[in-house]
Design a binder for this molecule. Structure first.
Ligand SMILES: Cc1ncc(COP(=O)(O)O)c(C=O)c1O
Length: 291
């Protein structure tokens, strides 16, 4: 197989040729942001939403957006095309660039921009059908969780704690309320109504989350964006995780207790079907309208 092609600061290069300075502030400080965008049959999923979040995040951390919307679209399309994979996971990272080590922003530096792609690894069909296991853990991250920062050490440690207990995800609890997963957003079902925490600086505004909210609204399914207390989480009829790679994933065991009836629930089934339908339209080149 030929070597993956990576976009690095305006050039398309083989992965083994894509080098970055050890003084890059991404390496030194984790000073940057990222995006993960799935592409189905070469078509990026909700690209405008991902690029809007990227633009918001750059502005939050005070890096000028190095590319225009059209330049982003072209670079992403080129990387997807050059890598000849069917379903891909496109990874974008922008850092504050290379400068002598100093916490203060450098007076002059060019952001480092990387776009790379790999085969999209989704959750196995068996796990989707059975549902996965999650545990609750205290949310010990910083207070700007709406920023998709590359400084992911807390998330890495939380996710590993889940892994150590044979769980697929950690659902994080702050001040008695569930915020999100270590790498996903959360939804619960309570008395036939879907609930997800409202957007705030305590959670990432997930692109998948927004699509799930939109699908529920389009189908007139009851959906509330309101805080979820830990006890509501523990007593939920259904729990779902959403992310670009997990899609809409049912949790059927939480802290070793069975969720609902111990199998993916009816509202999840309905949402999952609609989500797959959305993906199929995208893959066939006839996407459903965005909003
Ligand atoms: C902390 C966190 N929350 C939520 C999400 C889901 O975001 P998206 O649906 O845009 O992938 C992610 C994705 O990686 C994440 O890391």
């Amino acid at each position: 197989m030929s070597e993956p092609v990576v976009y690095l600061n305006g050039h398309y290069v083989a992965l083994s040729e894509a080098h970055i300075s050890v003084l890059d502030r991404g390496f030194i400080f984790g000073d940057g942001i990222y995006e993960v965008i799935p592409a189905y049959g070469g078509h990026p999923f909700r690209l405008k939403h991902h690029l809007q979040r990227l633009a918001n995040n750059l502005s939050e951390i005070r890096i000028n957006n190095p590319l225009t919307l059209e330049q982003w679209q072209t670079a992403i399309a080129t990387v997807i095309e050059r890598n000849q994979l069917d379903d891909q996971s496109v990874y974008l990272q922008i850092t504050r660039g290379v400068a002598p080590r100093d916490h203060r922003f450098p007076e002059q530096s060019q952001p480092t921009v990387v776009i790379m792609t790999s085969e999209l690894k989704t959750v196995s069909e068996e796990k989707v059908k059975q549902g996965v296991k999650a545990i609750t853990l205290p949310d010990n991250r910083w207070l700007n969780c709406h920023i998709k920062s590359i400084s992911l050490l807390p998330n890495v440690l939380l996710r590993q704690q889940a892994q150590d207990q044979d769980a697929d995800e950690a659902i994080l609890v702050r001040n008695g309320h569930a915020t999100e997963g270590a790498a996903s957003n959360i939804f619960i079902v309570q008395q036939q109504c879907i609930i997800t925490p409202p957007k705030s600086s305590m959670l990432l505004p997930g692109v998948t989350r927004d699509l799930v909210v939109q699908i529920a609204r389009n189908k007139n399914i009851c959906l509330k964006e309101q805080p979820i207390s830990e006890s509501e989480l523990l007593q939920a009829d259904e729990i779902w995780l959403t992310s670009s790679t997990k899609e809409v994933l049912p949790v059927t065991r939480l802290n070793d207790k069975i969720v609902g009836r111990g199998r993916p629930g009816p509202l999840w089934q309905e949402m999952y079907r609609s989500y797959q339908d959305y993906k199929q339209h995208l893959r066939s080149g006839h996407p459903l309208p965005e909003s």
